[in-house]
Design a protein around this ligand. Structure first.
Ligand code: DGL
Length: 256
């Protein structure tokens, strides 16, 4: 089975980690569109255009399905209601525990402002939702500042509104944010953190018949700075523990 996935950078690794847990035998094709990163500060049109180019690249590689390992991209695709002509899973196809009645969501500027989480969570029976933009967390993760004073300051600055509520569930609405889970927990020990990737990865594994003919492997495709990306992959390799390659691609060329 060939699974395509994409993000603006290393955020999708947190989704890949969950996918590999359920479907270790698959061959993964992961596009990190580092040239267009970050996605979260862009407009609907910009994010959609980028996403469709990446999906078309993955389709040409012959993947069996596409997993959008990026809330921002999935949110733009959902708003556009496009039929992608390939089995498609978005990070927003998550399930929540039945007893979740109140939730805070931290996400990119784009995702938080789109209100997509409020709509989805309310349709699943959640009565109170607050969506908080935490765009600076993306840079903190990409630039390996997770254990820096800047991370502590930004967590306090961005998430302080949660302190005035009785909300105990925190949804990590950006795939970069699970990297910050321990730091967030240190500041907000009473919050239960929820990563949508787990239930999405389960859905992907249930959709396809297991085969033994594939050997787990990850092919990374990067649109800028492959060596910088490789260094990050090496650091987080234990998240997916499969052999991998990294190559640079030009998404414009691939559309021709
Ligand atoms: N990891 C992405 C998300 O889940 C996008 C982060 C960014 O590029 O702003 O939204």
């Amino acid at each position: 089975m060939r699974i395509g996935l994409f993000d603006s950078g290393i955020g999708g690794l947190t989704v890949l980690a969950q996918l590999v847990k359920y479907t270790p035998e698959a061959e993964y094709f992961y596009v990190a569109d580092t040239l267009n990163a970050p996605f979260g500060t862009k407009t609907q049109d910009q994010v959609l255009t980028i996403s469709l180019k990446v999906i078309s690249f993955l389709q040409k590689l012959g993947v069996d399905c596409v997993v959008t390992a990026c809330n921002t991209a999935d949110s733009s695709i959902r708003s556009a209601r496009i039929d992608l002509q390939i089995p498609y899973f978005g990070i927003l196809d998550f399930e929540i525990p039945e007893d979740m009645k109140k939730a805070a969501v931290i996400a990119t500027k784009f995702t938080a402002e789109s209100g997509v989480y409020s709509r989805i969570l309310r349709s699943k029976g959640v009565e109170e939702v607050i969506e908080i933009p935490c765009q600076s967390f993306v840079k903190i993760v990409e630039e390996d500042l997770i254990n820096s004073p800047m991370a502590d300051e930004e967590i306090e600055n961005c998430m302080s509104t949660i302190r005035n509520t009785d909300i105990s569930n925190l949804i990590l609405g950006c795939t970069h944010f699970p990297f910050l889970a321990d730091r967030i927990k240190a500041h907000f020990p009473k919050l239960t953190l929820f990563d949508p990737a787990q239930s999405v990865a389960k859905k992907v594994s249930q959709k396809f018949v297991k085969t033994n003919d594939n050997q787990g492997k990850v092919n990374f495709y990067v649109t800028k700075d492959p060596s910088g990306f490789l260094a990050k992959i090496v650091k987080y390799q234990s998240l997916f523990s499969l052999p991998f390659t990294v190559q640079q691609i030009d998404l414009e060329d691939s559309q021709r």
